[in-house]
Design a protein around this ligand. Structure first.
Ligand code: SF4
Length: 154
């Protein structure tokens, strides 16, 4: 069951029943048919599609999010900072990972310079690539997720 609650007045304003294997994020935008100023969503709704729709519809959205695993003991993507002005990622050792290409699924790929990485003290925790190159991916619409990520979620 997918419920929408008017938190100001404590009303359930929408209930939608689906089989248990239908995720929250799959049906959310179809249930989004009335005017809203703001929404608070749990991490099950943290998708690029929903983040983009909230921005485009002028709705103030706060969506909880999780740090996704990655390899144990390795430096996660969250330690890399996206720099929109130069369209690059800054790594924990202050190297810029620059744009290389976009794959067919819509992900930009940013790669480090192996000549710098091979002398970096963080290399073993950063990449297991034989070429000493760290690659970070960024979806073409990821900036919409950045908007919500900068807002408090608790
Ligand atoms: S290995 Fe390369 S990308 Fe990773 S932290 Fe060091 S310099 Fe940065």
């Amino acid at each position: 069951m997918h419920r929408t609650v008017d938190a100001k007045h404590n009303f359930i304003v929408d209930v939608h029943v689906t089989p248990g294997n239908v995720s929250d994020s799959t049906v959310y935008l179809d249930r989004f048919a009335y005017p809203l100023e703001a929404v608070a969503l749990d991490a099950g709704y943290y998708t690029t599609e929903i983040a983009k729709a909230l921005v485009e519809r002028g709705v103030f959205g706060v969506i909880a999010w999780r740090r996704f695993g990655g390899k144990k003991g390795m430096i996660r993507k969250t330690r890399f900072t996206y720099l929109p002005d130069v369209d690059a990622y800054l790594c924990p050792a202050k190297q810029h990972l620059t744009y290389k290409t976009t794959d067919r699924h819509g992900y930009h790929q940013y790669a480090s310079d192996p000549a710098i990485c091979q002398n970096c003290p963080l290399l073993e925790k950063c990449t297991s690539s034989r070429s000493h190159r760290r690659v970070i991916t960024r979806h073409i619409d990821e900036s919409y997720r950045d908007v919500g990520r900068k807002r408090p979620s608790t």
